[in-house]
Design a protein around this ligand. Structure first.
Ligand code: ADP
Ligand code: ZN
Length: 631
């Protein structure tokens, strides 16, 4: 291990020396390292601007979706220039994986955390003392210890990269009080230490909290599109849900996937059901013994084709790029959670499938969880809106991706890669319903929330209806022919189409948008979904599914792809590392399709840097060549 580090550091020095002579521009130097160290042929969208700003010494807040490649934004500058980069992350498993992946690419990186072996700690401290360490990962609690601060103040820290920066915000879903001290720790370590904060949470209140609490002065803010075009999006109302699930998983046999469940018991039951059907399934939830949990997580990370049935306890620390599907056996908690969870599929950019099953009972459970929670009223209001946005997505009358991206404030075209684009949905002319709903909003002065408006439409004399004399409005009772659940769905659908909007700040009041004003004037026809009350049966049309492996490589290359996967598994098991640390799926796909015939040609393949070429090039080349001879 020691020797490899020496060699690698030497290699960096050589690369750097050569580059500095030939290409003084810091960015071209970084681009060269992107290729030679990380094995990537180009930046992913968004990365280049951020790396450029970081190299120019700016403080940066980067908001990028999960899987878009945030880590590279600090890893590359850390390798490209002198000084140590301290990476703050709350996720120990993730640190471990990143350190391992960096070591495989020949980068001197380490972490300080409670689960380290003493020998590992000694190695890290030695590298730190010798000023050879490029990246040091620490948990915030560890960083806050006076001895850590002192040690770092004495070394050559150039930048602090704060991962999962939304943890600093009480509005976010994972508030961690230790994050509040990070700003002052950075000052203790390095005066005005350059700071890069990264998050995948796009909420406006969370974002402004991060800026306030982590930065001395406003940083450059980069917000990357939340579109993940390689993820297919689909929702289905539950009808005999374990059969729906089983057929979804079976159509993808041999692929790694996650099935999220709302309860611990269900994760175990589903794992049994899947196992009985011949699927390699393992349960995961916080109630399992730690040893069992770790063993299941390791199996999932290191082997191909494991299906994890899990609660949301599984995922935060998971960085497996080749998860090919995520299925929600129950409705997720809200739209943010949904987006995070499906985001664990297809991080390698290859096609991946998602399916969310939902029923009326799920919706009620989620509502109840919010109402019975111990949060402030403000917080509950935000939670209700986040849940409402997810329900709107479940009931969307048109492209799901458009609806999802609209929630994140992005306009887009129909995607062609969701169930609604591909299979359509039965619609009816809902212009009259839309007019009634909007009339309720407008006649009450655009000042009321959903429940009040539904009561008004249904002609219910609630306390508030009477208090505001709303029983005297012409709209009172015009919607009595429909159930309250239908009306909620109509509000959500109209909101998903951008005709009405709910104010996030002012008590969830609804108002009509400019586009919506066209409707009362009779200028537009509104289509709504026929299956209004979600949970209604009889909708699911079974579209023909593409064969699972063929979505990844063509049939002609499938044999070689399997052989390469088998070699990867063997090497990974021999070295006790996750399969993707050897090579990612994307790399195997390119090897199987481009079939390089020399190490030089292999060097051009995505994910093959110098260190990996040296370590794995020959055995993989042999498999490719063997295949050519046979084939
Ligand atoms: P995030 O932190 O945004 O969720 P990661 O940093 O874990 O995402 O990156 C997700 C995956 O994308 C990783 O497997 C990583 O190796 C890969 N990746 C990052 N940058 C690039 C790039 N420029 N080209 C190809 N793959 C990349
Ligand atoms: Zn679509």
């Amino acid at each position: 291990m020691r020797e490899i580090e020496r060699k690698c550091t030497a290699r960096f020095c050589r690369v750097r020396a050569i580059d500095q002579k030939m290409m003084p521009d810091a960015l071209s130097h970084a681009s060269a390292l992107l290729h030679s160290v990380f094995g990537f042929s180009a930046f992913r969208p968004g990365q280049e601007e951020i790396v450029r700003a970081v190299l120019a010494g700016e403080d940066v807040l980067a908001v990028m979706p999960t899987g878009s490649g945030k880590s590279l934004c600090y890893q590359l500058p850390a390798v490209a220039r002198p000084g140590l980069t301290v990476v703050v992350s709350p996720l120990i498993a993730l640190m471990r994986d990143q350190v391992r992946a960096l070591a495989a690419a020949g980068v001197a990186a380490g972490s300080l955390n409670s689960s380290n072996e003493p020998a590992e700690n000694a190695r890290v401290l030695r590298l730190l003392r010798e000023r050879q360490l490029r990246l040091l990962y620490v948990a915030p609690e560890r960083l806050a210890r006076p001895d850590t601060v002192e040690m770092l103040a004495d070394s050559d820290v150039a930048m602090m990269a704060i991962d999962e920066a939304h943890c600093v915000s009480q509005w976010g879903h994972d508030f961690r009080p230790e994050y509040l001290t990070l700003g002052s720790l950075a000052r203790q370590i390095g005066g005005r230490l350059q700071t890069l904060a990264l998050t995948a949470t796009a909420d406006a209140p969370t974002r402004s909290d991060i800026v306030d609490k982590l930065f001395a002065k406003p940083p450059r803010v980069f917000v990357r599109s939340f579109d993940r075009p390689n993820l297919r999006l689909a929702f289905k109302p539950k009808e005999r849900s374990s059969r729906q699930l089983l057929s979804f998983v079976r159509e993808r046999s041999g692929q790694s996937g996650i099935v999220y469940c709302a309860s611990r018991r269900k994760t175990e039951e589903l794992a049994e059901t899947l196992k009985a059907a011949g699927v390699a399934a393992l349960p995961y939830h916080a109630g399992l013994d730690k040893a069992v949990r770790d063993a299941h997580q390791d199996a999932f990370q290191q082997q191909d084709g494991i299906v994890m049935t899990a609660t949301v306890a599984f995922g935060m620390g998971i960085d497996k790029p080749d998860v090919r599907f995520v299925c929600h056996a129950d409705l997720p908690a809200n739209v943010e959670a949904y987006y995070q969870e499906i985001g664990r599929a297809g991080r390698d950019g290859l096609p991946a499938d998602t399916l969310t099953l939902y029923g009326l009972a799920d919706m009620q459970l989620r509502r109840l969880q919010i109402e019975q929670g111990e949060q402030s009223d403000d917080r509950k209001r935000i939670e209700r809106q986040r849940l409402g946005a997810l329900l709107a997505l479940a009931e969307a009358p048109r492209c799901r991706r458009q609806t999802l991206l609209a929630y994140f404030g992005e306009a887009s075209e129909p995607c062609g890669n969701c169930d609604l684009c591909q299979e359509g949905v039965e619609l009816f002319d809902g212009t009259v319903e839309a007019q009634k709903a909007m009339s309720a909003i407008v006649r009450t002065g655009e000042r009321f929330g959903m429940e009040h408006l539904v009561a008004l439409l249904r002609g219910e004399r609630t306390e508030n209806i009477l208090k505001f004399n709303h029983d005297r409005l012409p709209t009172f009772g015009v919607g009595v022919d429909r159930a309250a659940g239908d009306w909620r769905s109509i509000f959500r659908q109209l909101s998903a189409t951008g005709l009405i909007t709910q104010d996030l700040v002012e008590h969830g009041r609804w108002s009509v948008t400019d586009a919506g004003w066209q409707v009362p004037e009779g200028k537009a026809k509104i289509e709504l979904r026929k299956d209004l009350a979600a949970g209604a049966a009889g909708r699911a049309k079974r579209g023909e599914r593409r064969a699972a492996v063929a979505t990844v490589v063509g049939e002609a290359d499938a044999g070689l792809f399997d052989a390469l996967r088998a070699l990867r598994t063997k090497l990974a098991q021999g070295q006790r590392v996750p399969a993707y640390v050897v090579f990612s799926d994307r790399t195997l796909v390119e090897l199987a399709t481009h079939r390089p015939q020399s190490l030089g040609a292999m060097r051009e393949i995505h994910g093959v840097g110098d260190a990996k070429l040296e370590r794995y090039g020959v055995p993989f080349l042999e498999v490719v060549q063997q295949h050519a001879r046979q084939g």
